[in-house]
Design a protein around this ligand. Sequence first.
Ligand SMILES: *Cc1c(COP(=O)(O)O)cnc(C)c1O
Length: 215
Amino acid sequence: MNIEERVRSLLKEIPENVKVVAATKARSVDEILRAIDAGIEIIGENYVQEALKKYETIGDRVEWHFIGHLQKNKVKYVVPRFDMIETLDSLELARVIDKHAEKNGKTMPVLIEVNIAEEPQKYGISPSMVKDFIKDLTSLRHIKVEGLMTMGPLVENPEDIRPFFKRMRELFEESKQILPEMKYLSMGMSDTYRVAIEEGANIIRVGTLIFGPRS
Ligand SMILES: *Cc1c(COP(=O)(O)O)cnc(C)c1O
């Protein structure tokens, strides 16, 4: 299958309420435009410079989600261009996003990144701290917390990630009791998106599945 066929078959397969973020790191503008032509409406970029370069050509015909680790000194470039930051992982970062959102006359939609398996090398809020973190964010008026996101641990068998996705879903439900307007649970990648959807994801982020293995 080519890019267009893979996009169409994915969109046909998944429930209508599930949004697909095409993870486009290291993919060319040409490949991305083909995915958009086939029905992709959101692209996810990990690196600021790379994203800004692609934005010059692709522009606002799609939504832009930031899905990489965001450094505080890059926030000023991300806030005006992006429609969502999926990887909010510290209060310091939240304060910087809030400041730049205010400057831009904008309320920035964010997801809280959760380090669901508490892996030392991974970014994200520890699951036990998420609810306190949400409360800490309520004073920041130019940030809108719209949900939770996780990478999850690397697994050999997609079934092995199910318990972590289940825990994310529970955390999402508990978080909604504090902040009822939370609506997105972003989890699942090319290998694990089916399990993620079964466990309640309504945003999946897929790269390889659409574009093939990276060269
Ligand atoms: C690359 C990436 C994905 C997609 O990974 P695939 O295995 O290629 O589907 C999803 N989320 C994040 C944060 C990524 O960096």
